[in-house]
Design a protein around this ligand. Structure first.
Ligand code: IFL
Length: 440
């Protein structure tokens, strides 16, 4: 079972302060870690998951909410065997371009209760379908405000002015300043506490008692800085993961805690850093993401010519991380991966042959190695677009448009799996069934 962890519920800023708490027992209704695998109600538990960042948004009773759509999306996902959703729990209001509006935090200490009640509604409906959810509590990327917006609040200088530059190296270096900013960390912890200690307004159940939360996640894709992160930046990052995860465990001893890391691609390609960041007893399992086009392994304008390179590197990436998980003796979840539609096109009408081919390769490795007993806990593809549709000819999101799997920072249709993508849906079901069938 998950190792005992040390926590201090009283201290906001100090995590590892010496008190020992018990983790949920074997056979628990909470998802637990049993050596290198997940367990749930005494059985092996494999994640067959979707990224569904906007699930809480759809749950809102007014404004951006669309509860009828949410119920349909949950039913459709459940029907193809999806048992886990990775969801954005909090967002920060920002003037930065390409960010979602509205946000759950309007300003430090000012939270949007309508949106948060949307998350309550999502959790209530997830429970009815016996699914689980990973809730991430921040974002390294600007599409939900995220760490950069905390810096905007507390330092006053935007890390990136998207009107002027797409210089992501500078963005990453500056955004990592979040880990060092004491005022930003204090507010982030207040937000964490407000969510973790929340009582669901629909079910009346405290989130800490909700067995349908699989894990609290520190952030979406936290990085130590850019690809040239210094030893000092790396040390700050490792400490932040340890202390923040310890803080969450101090508030909630029932749920797992994860980082949201992409793996080596988000660790300056430094395996030692990835291991150091995930070795702490406060991190219960490892995460990694696989993005062949984003990382220039795949050219969507030359899919045939770049396929061998892309798939070779992808296989290596998958296998390398499974070996790293073995070293730490913890489960690992491939919690993001995706590829473009054919063309490349953002249109829902475009075929998805190349993406399906990629999904099959990924699923083969994950299921084959899971069957062998390797430390694999499952996958979440990126991302569920469902019944959402892009509204604009340029495929960019504007307030009032449908939400799809692609956040407002990217073209709407780039990586979404829509409810009309029949071949992709069949594939997800086929391999989901294989993972569900594994007994330990
Ligand atoms: O939309 C992106 C998201 O911010 C993420 N990783 C990659 C996705 C696709 O580019 O977390």
């Amino acid at each position: 079972m998950r190792p005992l962890y040390r926590f201090c519920a009283a201290a906001l800023m100090a995590a590892s302060c010496g008190i020992v708490a018990a983790a949920p027992a074997a056979g628990s209704d909470f998802v637990t870690v049993n050596q290198t695998h997940f367990a749930h109600k005494g059985q092996a538990y494999y994640i067959v998951g979707a990224n569904f960042w906007y699930g809480g948004y759809l749950g809102a009773a007014s404004g951006v909410g669309d509860r009828a759509r949410l119920l349909k999306e949950l039913d459709n996902m459940k029907a193809i065997g999806i048992n886990n959703l990775r969801v954005l729990a909090v967002s920060e209001k920002t003037d930065m371009k390409s960010a979602v509006r509205p946000a759950t935090t309007n300003a430090p200490g000012q939270y949007d209760e309508t949106l948060l009640a949307g998350l309550d509604f999502l959790m209530a409906e997830v429970a009815k379908r016996d699914m689980t959810v990973v809730l991430y509590l921040n974002n390294f990327w600007q599409w939900s405000g995220g760490m950069t917006q905390y810096l905007n609040w507390f330092e006053g200088t935007p890390a990136l002015d998207p009107n002027v530059t797409r210089d992501y190296d500078t963005y990453m270096r500056k955004t990592a300043g979040f880990y060092r900013n004491a005022a930003a960390q204090a507010e982030y912890r207040k937000v964490i506490a407000s969510i973790v200690k929340r009582v669901n307004t629909i079910t009346g159940k405290p989130y800490t008692e909700d067995t349908h939360i699989l894990s609290w996640q520190l952030a979406n894709e936290p990085r130590p800085g850019n690809g040239k992160a210094t030893p000092e930046e790396k040390a700050v990052y490792v400490k932040w993961i340890d202390e923040t995860a310890g803080y969450i465990h101090g508030l909630d001893r029932n749920h797992l805690v994860s980082s949201g890391s992409e793996g080596l691609a988000g660790s300056a390609q430094d395996a030692q850093l990835y291991l150091d960041a995930h070795r702490t007893q406060h991190i219960d399992y490892l995460t990694y993401h696989l993005w062949p086009k984003n990382w220039n392994w795949f050219d969507s304008h030359n899919p045939d010519g770049s396929w061998d390179n892309a798939i070779g590197k992808s296989r290596d990436y998958l296998n390398t991380h499974i070996e790293l998980a073995k070293k730490l003796g913890k489960p690992i979840v491939l919690e993001e991966f995706g590829l473009d539609r054919d063309g490349p096109s953002f249109s829902v009408k475009a075929t998805t042959h190349i993406r399906d081919r990629f999904y099959r390769e990924v699923f083969e490795i994950v299921t084959t190695r899971a069957k062998k007993g390797d430390p694999i806990a499952g996958f979440n593809f990126w991302a569920w677009g469902g019944a959402g549709r892009a509204a604009n000819a340029d495929y960019w999101w504007k307030p009032g448009n449908d939400f799809v799997g692609d956040p407002p920072q990217e073209e709407q249709g780039l990586y979404s799996v829509f409810d009309s993508d029949v071949t992709s849906l069949i594939l997800i079901k086929e391999y989901g069934d294989k993972l569900h069938a594994i007994k330990r």
